[in-house]
Structure formats: structure tokens, C-alpha cells
Design a protein around this ligand. Structure first.
Ligand code: UGA
Length: 437
């Protein structure tokens, strides 16, 4: 009945964006998710994740009749011409990607997939997964295609509809072209290749981004040592198109649901294959070391007479792994919070995205709905997520509530002059207040 429709299995930010965006391009799309509550909510266009533009796109898709949601995966793929697998591939044992969800769905749908259908892996998976999925499906009349996603959380709809490139890897060129054709209206450069190259492109992309960030964070430490300004240095660097200006903003370390997981997974497959990749290991280790140094810096500024942070109250502004999301997965802010807590600090935190979602973090910190409450009585304040609203806070009022004077701006987003006018001492990353005025 739905001959030739597109099925999307998994409605996380990748699956839901893929389904809703393909519907907006005029395709008939059925999205399947095993969670009945989620399906019920999506049928009412209620989107649980903070992703600009996505609720509107889902609403449009439902209204046009092109987008459907269901809980029954085999039913959703029955009659489909293309099936996108958008399933979680979390970090498993030893850093390797855990493919249990992908394998379970492959086994679940193998018997009902129509002949000639393309099963497209969008999840980030180790090199060789397309072959593994093809073997699991065990159907010579079904083609497995790799089509990695390059969607940033918080920009997923924009990134899907305005891709820098589309990468499609397929053993069967015709199946690859059929998948690539779906993106044709978007006018992006196409890389049509084999599955292993497509799978590796995704890992390489996230590794390269992580490497840039570890570089920037290390460079910031060098700037501090020599009295240079990281903003000016990276601007000077970034004008060279071979370097590029993006992704050079120093911070409290890189995190999120993708970069840490994917760098570890790439390291794991390289180790298994006996391939040395020292730069990859150094990229990961640099991130850990960078965070350790930031924690030492905070401790140096406000440790008690016993040298620990026992009983020292600290205010944390921002917990999400980056601005624009409420996602806490592998958040650098939480990694720093845990390290400070381990040294005995008492943490009070505010994050604008968590006022509604209110995750239970009670074993680590006290979550407040108000930055003033978070800073009251604190020995120091740490800015950990680059929410623009932090810049606009009434720092004169907050200065009156803070016990100590030090504000660690680990995102370099505050205006040092305003803080200093409020009687606070601003400390950024890779720059001094004098250099920013
Ligand atoms: C990342 C990639 O950017 C996407 O291209 C990719 O598709 C996605 O993973 C994925 O694999 O699905 P995302 O996880 O949304 O996207 O996060 P990013 O925007 O890349 O940020 C990662 C971390 O780097 C965050 O902690 C962020 O705060 C930090 N960051 C980023 C910096 O510290 N400085 C910067 O200049 C940029």
C-alpha cells in the first residue's frame, strides 16, 4: 500500500530530523520507535528534544499526511523502498561502539524487507558494519548502504536541509545512487563511495573536530603562559582556509553524545586492527588533562586551609554539553562538576535548558532555577556552557550575592570589563582581562 515509502527506524534527534526533513521534501515517511509514549506524543507533534525547527517540521509532516509514526518496526518497513536505521550506538566495553540496537533491528526486519529495498545505516558505526548488517539480513535482494549523518545537535534541521556534503557508501552502486537521489534537491556535493570509506569518513570527521578542539585548548594554555590572546591567535590562524576559523573556540573540554564516543570507538577499532594512531590517543588524553588542569585552577583559587574543597560552595552556570541543547550526555560541565565534587566541593548549578526538564542530579549538585540562587554564598562562579544569556546577567547584583570574587569563564563569553566594574575578578581561558579591553 505504501509502495516505495521511506521508513525511519529510531526517532532520536537524527531519526526524527531525517524523517521530518524527508517528508518536507515531499517523500512519504513512516518513522518507527519502540517507545509507545514517544510515538503517542509524536503523533501529536510533541517533540521531547530541544531542536529548533523540528516541532514545526513534524507538525507540517503530520498535517500534510506525508509523515506517520508507529511503534511496530516490521510494519513500518513493509513496502518501503528505503529504510533508514537511526539507532543509538553508545560507547560499549573498552570504548567500542555497542551495535546491539542495530543488530536487533536488522534481525527484526530481515524477513519483511521488500525485495530491492535499500537499508541505510545513518548511525555512526565501526568500519565493516554495513557488511555485518548485510550478513545479518542475509538477503541478496536487499542492499545495505552507509549514509553517515553530519548533524549538530541544536542545528540538526538546518544541517539536514543545508548539508556541506552527502556521503553515501554502497557495494551496489545503483542502490547508492537511489539513496543519494533523495538528497538531490539539496544541491550538496556528493561523495559516492564504498561502505568502508563512508563509515570511516564519519569517524574521521568527528575525530578531526575533536583534534581541533584539543589543539585549541592546549594552545590556550600556551597563550596564558606567554601572555598571548587565544582569540586573536585563532582568528589569525582561521583566516587561512587550510585551517578554517570554525571549531577553535577553547572551552571546558569537548563532549556531547558524539565526539567522545566516536573518538573512543575509532581508537578501539584501530587497536583491534593493530593500527597505531598516536594523534587520536593524544586528542583524547589532551581533553582529560585539560579538564584536570581547569579543576586544579578552580581549587587553587578557593581551596580551604586543608588544601581540599571540602565544604567550599561553588556556583556552576551551564551544565549542557553546549548551548542550544538540554543534552547532558558526556557533558564537559558534568565531568568538571564530578571532579570538583570528588574534592569535596558543594555545587549549586543553573542551566536555562534544565529548568523544565529538571534531570535528577541530586547526588552531584543542587540544581536551581535561578542564577542568583546558584551564586549565593559561592566562593567562585564557573561558566561551563556558552549560553548567551550569561553575558547579559546582572553581574553587579550577582557580585553582591557571591562570597568570593572569582568568576572562571571557561567559555570566554563574559565581558571582563563589566565583571570588573562589578568588583569581580574575571578569569577566562587563554587570555587575560587586560588583553580583552
Ligand atoms: C558533532 C559534530 O559537530 C557533528 O558534525 C556530528 O554530526 C555530530 O557530532 C554527530 O556525530 O552526530 P554535536 O555532538 O552536536 O555534533 O556537538 P558539537 O557542536 O560538535 O560540539 C561538541 C563539543 O565541542 C561540545 O562540548 C562543544 O561545546 C565543544 N566545542 C565546539 C568547543 O569547545 N569549541 C568549539 O569551537 C566548538
Amino acid at each position: 500500500m505504501r509502495e516505495g515509502h521511506i521508513a525511519v527506524v529510531g526517532t532520536g534527534y537524527v531519526g526524527l530530523t531525517t524523517g521530518a526533513a524527508l517528508a518536507s521534501l515531499g517523500h512519504r515517511v513512516v518513522c518507527a520507535d519502540a517507545d509507545p509514549h514517544k510515538v503517542a506524543r509524536l503523533r501529536r507533534a510533541e517533540v521531547d528534544i530541544l531542536e529548533p525547527g523540528l516541532p514545526g517540521l513534524v507538525r507540517e509532516g503530520l498535517d500534510s499526511g506525508l509523515l506517520e509514526f508507529g511503534q511496530d518496526t516490521p510494519a513500518a518497513v513493509t513496502g518501503a523502498g528505503v529504510v533508514f536505521l537511526c539507532l543509538p550506538t553508545p560507547m560499549g566495553a573498552g570504548g567500542a561502539a555497542d551495535l546491539a540496537a542495530v543488530e536487533a533491528v536488522a534481525a527484526e526486519i530481515r524477513a519483511v524487507l521488500p525485495a530491492g529495498c535499500a537499508v541505510v545505516n545513518k548511525s555512526t558505526v565501526p568500519v565493516g558494519t554495513s557488511e555485518r548488517v548485510a550478513a545479518l539480513i542475509g538477503r541478496p535482494d536487499v542492499h545495505v548502504v552507509s549514509n553517515p549523518e553530519f548533524l549538530r545537535e541544536g542545528h540538526a534541521v538546518h544541517d539536514f536541509l543545508h548539508p556541506d556534503r552527502v556521503v553515501v557508501g554502497a557495494a551496489d552502486r545503483e542502490a547508492g545512487r537511489r539513496v543519494a537521489e533523495l538528497y538531490a534537491p539539496l544541491g550538496a556535493p556528493l561523495v559516492l563511495t564504498d561502505p568502508a570509506s563512508a563509515e570511516l569518513t564519519k569517524y574521521a570527521a568527528n575525530f578531526f573536530l575533536a583534534m581541533k578542539l584539543s589543539f585549541a585548548n592546549n594552545l590556550a594554555a600556551v597563550c596564558e603562559r606567554f601572555g598571548a590572546d587565544i582569540g586573536d591567535v585563532t582568528t589569525g590562524l582561521g583566516h587561512d582556509p587550510r585551517v578554517g576559523a570554525a571549531f577553535l573556540q577553547p572551552g571546558p573540554g569537548w563532549g556531547g553524545s558524539c565526539l567522545p564516543k566516536d573518538t573512543h570507538a575509532l581508537l578501539s577499532i584501530c587497536e583491534q586492527a593493530g593500527v597505531e594512531f598516536p594523534l587520536l590517543r593524544a586528542t583524547i588524553e589532551t581533553n582529560v588533562e585539560h579538564q584536570r588542569q581547569l579543576v586544579d585552577r578552580v581549587a587553587a583559587g578557593c581551596a580551604g586551609p586543608d588544601g581540599t574543597l571540602r565544604g567550599v560552595r561553588l556556583a556552576l552556570l551551564g551544565l549542557a554539553f553546549k548551548a542550544g541543547t538540554s543534552d547532558l550526555r558526556d557533558s564537559p560541565a558534568l565531568a568538571i562538576a564530578r571532579a570538583l565534587r570528588a574534592r569535596g566541593a558543594e555545587l549549586y548549578a543553573y542551566d536555562p535548558a534544565l529548568c523544565e526538564t529538571r534531570p535528577d542530579l541530586s547526588d552531584l549538585l543542587t540544581l536551581t532555577d535561578d542564577p542568583a540562587e546558584a551564586v549565593t554564598g559561592a566562593a567562585a562562579c564557573l561558566v561551563l556552557t556558552e549560553w548567551p544569556e550569561f553575558r547579559e546577567l546582572d553581574w553587579t547584583r550577582l557580585a553582591g550575592l557571591l562570597d568570593g570574587r572569582l568568576v572562571h569563564d571557561f567559555r570566554n563569553i563574559l565581558d571582563p570589563a563589566r565583571l570588573e566594574a562589578a568588583g569581580l575578578s574575571w578569569q577566562g581561558i587563554g587570555r587575560t582581562a587586560a588583553l580583552t579591553t
